[in-house]
Design a protein around this ligand. Structure first.
Ligand SMILES: [Fe+2]
Length: 341
C-alpha cells in the first residue's frame, strides 16, 4: 500500500534512517514443499459472509469442499465478507485457520467495507497457517505475495497473489480499480525465470474479454453475468459479460512474459468461465456458496462450489470445477480440463 509520510524534521532524519528495516524479497515469499507428484490449490472465492449468513451451515459447506479436494494450499480470492461485523470476520478466519491447511488471501473490493481499519483486517487474515505475509511497503495493494512450491530443494512452481485493489474515483463515479505499475514491477522482481506459475486476483483483467472475443466457449465453465459496457473496453470488444478493472493494466503482459500459465479471479459471481489468451488460461473460480448472489448453469444446477488447480511436477496444469448445492450439500457436477502448454 502507499505509505503516506509526513516530511520529517531534518534533526530527526538520522534516527528515522537508523530505525528503517530494509524490505527483502524473502519478506514476501513463503515456501511449501510438494509432497506428492502434484500440488493441489483450492480456490474459494466471494464467500461473502454477512450479518444474515448461517455460519454453521456455511462452515459445513466449505468442510465438504475441502475434504473432497484434499488441497495442499487454499487461496481465498477476495470478497470474503459483505456487511459483516468484526465478530463475523474473526469467525471466518478462525474457521479457515482451524482447517490446518496453509492458506493465502487476496482482497476483493468489499473486504474493507466494515467497521474495521485495514490494519485490523490485515492482522485478522494472517493467522498461524497463513502462507503469506502483508508487508508494509510502498507497493500498491496490501495482498501481494508469492509462494514457492519446492521439490528436492528446487522451486518447481510459483503461486502468486496480486491485489487488484478496490475502487478508484472517476469524476463523480467510483470504478473498479486496477493492478498498478508498482505491483507489476514487484511481480517482475519476484518471478523466477523458467519456473511456471499461476496467479490469483479478484477483479478480472481486460484480457479476459480478449480471450472471450477469440473463443466465447473458453475451456471450462459458463458466463451467466449480464453484458457490461466497460468504458474503453466496449470500444475494443463491445459489450461483454465481464466487470473488469476500469483501466487496462500491464500486468497480463508481464505475467505472460514471465511464463505464468493461468490467472484466476472472482468478482463476477455468476461466471466460472476460463478461456485462453496468448497461451495463458484466464478466468474465474467457482463462487463459494450462495451468499449475496450466484449464477445458475444452463443445465439448472447452481454455479457454486470451488475450483481446484492441480500443478504437476511435469509442469502440467489441470483445472477442476466442483459444484456443490447449498441446500442439499450434494455435489451436482464436476468438470476437469487440462490447460494446453
Ligand atoms: Fe463478490
Amino acid at each position: 500500500m502507499r505509505l503516506k509520510l509526513a516530511v520529517p524534521s531534518l534533526a530527526l532524519l538520522p534516527f528515522l534512517l537508523a530505525s528503517c528495516t530494509a524490505i527483502e524479497p524473502d519478506d514476501y515469499r513463503k515456501v511449501i514443499s510438494m509432497e506428492r507428484d502434484d500440488f493441489r490449490v483450492l480456490q474459494l472465492t466471494d464467500i461473502h459472509w454477512s450479518l444474515s449468513t448461517n455460519i454453521p451451515r456455511q462452515k459445513e459447506y466449505m468442510d465438504i469442499l475441502v475434504e473432497h479436494s484434499d488441497p495442499d494450499l487454499i487461496v481465498i480470492t477476495g470478497d470474503a465478507l459483505f456487511t459483516a461485523t468484526k465478530n463475523i470476520a474473526t469467525m471466518l478466519y478462525d474457521y479457515i485457520d482451524s482447517l490446518g491447511i496453509p492458506y493465502a488471501v487476496v482482497y476483493g473490493n468489499h473486504d474493507m467495507q466494515g467497521m474495521w481499519s485495514s490494519s485490523w483486517m490485515d492482522q485478522n487474515i494472517v493467522r498461524e497457517n497463513a502462507a503469506f505475509s502483508i508487508v508494509q511497503d510502498d507497493v500498491d495493494g496490501r495482498t501481494n505475495w508469492v509462494i514457492d512450491i519446492e521439490r528436492d530443494g528446487e522451486t518447481v512452481w510459483q503461486v502468486f497473489g496480486i491485489d487488484s485493489n478496490s475502487y478508484m474515483a472517476d469524476g463523480l463515479l467510483y470504478q473498479y480499480d486496477y493492478i498498478q505499475e508498482s505491483q507489476v514491477q514487484w511481480f517482475q522482481g519476484m518471478a523466477e525465470e523458467g519456473v511456471p506459475s499461476i496467479g490469483f486476483l479478484h477483479i478480472p483483467l481486460w484480457e479476459y474479454a480478449y480471450a472471450y472475443q477469440e473463443d466465447p466457449d473458453g475451456i471450462i465453465g459458463e458466463l451467466r453475468e449480464p453484458d457490461s459496457a466497460t468504458p474503453g473496453l466496449v470500444d475494443e470488444v463491445g459489450e461483454v459479460p465481464f466487470y473488469p478493472s476500469s483501466v487496462h493494466s500491464s500486468f497480463f503482459d508481464a505475467a505472460r512474459e514471465a511464463g505464468m500459465r493461468g490467472i484466476f479471479g472472482g468478482h463476477d459471481h455468476s461466471n466460472d468461465w476460463v478461456g485462453m489468451y496468448e497461451g495463458v488460461a484466464l478466468g474465474y473460480g467457482v463462487k463459494c456458496g450462495r451468499e449475496l448472489y450466484y449464477g445458475v448453469s444452463e443445465e439448472g444446477y447452481d454455479l457454486t462450489g470451488a475450483a481446484l488447480y492441480t500443478l504437476g511436477i511435469d509442469e502440467s496444469l489441470q483445472i477442476t470445477h466442483m459444484y456443490l448445492d447449498n441446500t442439499t450439500l450434494e455435489f451436482t457436477n464436476e468438470v476437469t480440463v487440462e490447460v494446453a502448454r
